[in-house]
Design a protein around this ligand. Sequence first.
Ligand code: ZN
Length: 130
Amino acid sequence: MGFVFTDDGKEIIIGDPEKNIQQSVESIKQSVNYLVRDNKALRSQIKEYNKDAEIQAKDTELKSVRDHALCIMSDKESKARRAFMERHYKSCGNAGTYIYELSGTGIGTVIKIKCPVCGVEENITDIDSW
Ligand SMILES: [Zn+2]
């Protein structure tokens, strides 16, 4: 093994190339061992995962959300609401106060949003979601 000095005085050790390769191989083997260990741990975690219990817990959570929400908007309605709010934030400086009107029809809910600053109202109902 030898060494050289760079222009700024740093010492660079020049090792035995064969030894460097062996060290690299050892390092790679170590990484593989870690991956094998992680793989075993994850497989064990998957084995213990109780899919039915998780699904049932999520169903209960969803039922609770539906029971407590006045209305659950479709993606289209949610986008229309956000677009309305952005327009009125820019046009009349409304930073977040809006009036909603929800009318149950038996087959779906009509959703209207109104800007209290300028008085403009928009029906954002997505009838396709009924
Ligand atoms: Zn407005």
